[in-house]
Design a protein around this ligand. Structure first.
Ligand code: BT5
Length: 252
């Protein structure tokens, strides 16, 4: 693509017509694939969210993409690549579509209160060494409707702008931004990413209900810490750190 301006991410670019899930495909080829390999599919027949949830991935209407990375990072800091991706997608949307997108911690991108993008980061690690990380990004681009159960909570760039979006330019912008913020993360650590997440966050400052397994509580989201955890202030004024892995955070 003439729009791609990266050193290594997307140099190896695999474009598929149909696949179960680009994250699954990426996992299969990861050990042999070069760092920065990208897998994109026109359609996913079993697109996945977190915790086995389904990701609706219609043909030709979205960007269903996985980035294979082989970073010199611990598993603990590789988790933060979700936030690196979120910041990249938000910036790409602002730059190419001029729409104001925000981040709903930890892995959703929201426009006008509805979800337009989800991120699924998965990794393969031994002890304290990461073999590879797969950053899966699903972005609703040109679909004009969603299944009934998603109608009120999902949106697309087409629904928001009334215009069909050129996926090539947008995809390149996401990849360019991702490499930029990935380098910043490797060189300067999580702090600049954290600041960017806070700047674009819809979660911070709002009352939320946290559901983590059997444990549920209400509080106010007040910060993101240096590990990427969400900091919740509860009734008695004390603070709880919530890890991104398996929680659901709902506005109340
Ligand atoms: C996510 O999970 O948001 C992560 C989604 C990652 C998708 C990408 S596409 C490329 C790569 N390959 C994959 O197989 N996956 C990745 P989670 O936070 O668990 O949210 C899932 C929930 O979002 C579902 O339970 C629905 O409520 C909602 N949802 C499903 N499809 C959607 C869509 N297309 N747009 C908006 N919301 C959707």
């Amino acid at each position: 693509s003439p729009f791609l301006k990266t050193d290594f991410i997307g140099k190896n670019y695999i474009h598929l017509e149909s696949i179960s899930s680009t994250n699954d495909y990426a996992k299969e080829i990861a050990s042999k694939a070069e760092n920065g390999t990208i897998v994109v599919s026109e359609e996913q027949t079993s697109g996945r969210g977190r915790l086995g949830r389904k990701w609706v991935s219609e043909k030709g209407q979205g960007l269903w993409m996985s980035i294979i990375l082989k970073p010199e990072l611990t598993p603990q800091s590789s988790v933060k690549l979700t936030q690196v991706a979120a910041v990249s997608v938000v910036n790409a949307i602002i730059e190419t579509i001029e729409l104001n997108a925000s981040i709903k911690w930890p892995n959703d991108i929201i426009i006008n209160g509805k979800k337009i993008c989800g991120i699924l980061t998965e990794m393969n690690a031994e002890l304290d060494r990461v073999n590879y990380v797969i950053v899966g990004i699903g972005l609703n681009v040109n679909m004009n409707k969603f299944p009934d159960d998603l109608k009120d909570k999902a949106t697309s760039l087409f629904i928001e702008t009334g215009k069909k979006i050129d996926r090539k330019k947008l995809t390149a912008s996401i990849i360019n931004n991702f490499e930029k913020y990935y380098y910043i993360f490797l060189k300067e650590g999580f702090e600049p990413i954290r600041i960017s997440c806070l700047k674009h966050s819809v979660t911070i400052g709002s009352e939320v209900r946290v559901i983590s397994g059997k444990n549920e509580f209400n509080g106010k989201a007040v910060d993101i810490d240096n590990d990427g955890n969400l900091i919740i202030e509860i009734g008695d004024g004390s603070r709880k750190a919530v890890m991104s892995g398996d929680v659901s955070v709902r506005g109340i």
